[in-house]
Design a protein around this ligand. Sequence first.
Ligand SMILES: [Zn+2]
Ligand SMILES: [Zn+2]
Length: 264
Amino acid sequence: MKVNNGKICATCGTQYPPGYLQNSCLICEDDRQYVPDEGQQWTNRATLSGNHHTVVREIKPRLYEINLQPKFGIGQRALLVQSAAGNILWDCVPLIDEPLIAFIQQAGGIRAMAISHPHYYSNQAEWSAQFDCPVYLPETEKDFVVYPGDHIRFWKGAGHDFWDGIRVIRIGGHFPGSSVLRVSGISKQGTLLCGDTFNLSPSRKHFSVMYSYPNKIPLPVREVQRIRTLMASLDFDEVYGFWSYQNLTDSAKSVMLQSLDRYV
Ligand SMILES: [Zn+2]
Ligand SMILES: [Zn+2]
């Protein structure tokens, strides 16, 4: 396993390069996140792997979620999309362990990674080195890449096409480059993996879209209207968010549009 000893922010799970000496996390200092009352807290890979392990679960054929147990940092899941021309890892979790490497290798490896927004950049440098794959990020967020590594490829504009009809689509809102991954062929009309570009409520009847979720900072109405127009133009019937419960497999587009209409 390829391991580095860069320190990891205990609040958001972002890994910094070896030799990073500052006692602040760029992600947590940003007004979309927060530094805990007790101040900046750090951990490292050895501590993390001693206290946590990865868990893989099949959501449906060709779609797997990867979580850490017990929860760490923000607690987002990563999603592995299996596809004929190559697998894509969507979003990222802050730990890789041997059972996870073995699972991913037998599933066909990772041809590319794409990440919805900076809160989940996590230890992408370690993942991309381990699986020798590029990491596709929007150029708008390059200042948030605290550990560039050797595998980043920035995309510009409205999105980036992969293969087998898979496309990362820039939505904006939470971050200027907040995006969703649209996957064809695993549901009738298209599947969106949305990170927290949209946050599906526990009732699964409402999506929220915010500048900051933990700090409850809303977006301007005109921005929600722009996002609504964009979402109306996309074909999809399923949405998978960043928590394990956020699987909406029925009428996802109408739930999305009705949710956005409530803001206006
Ligand atoms: Zn942080
Ligand atoms: Zn976020």
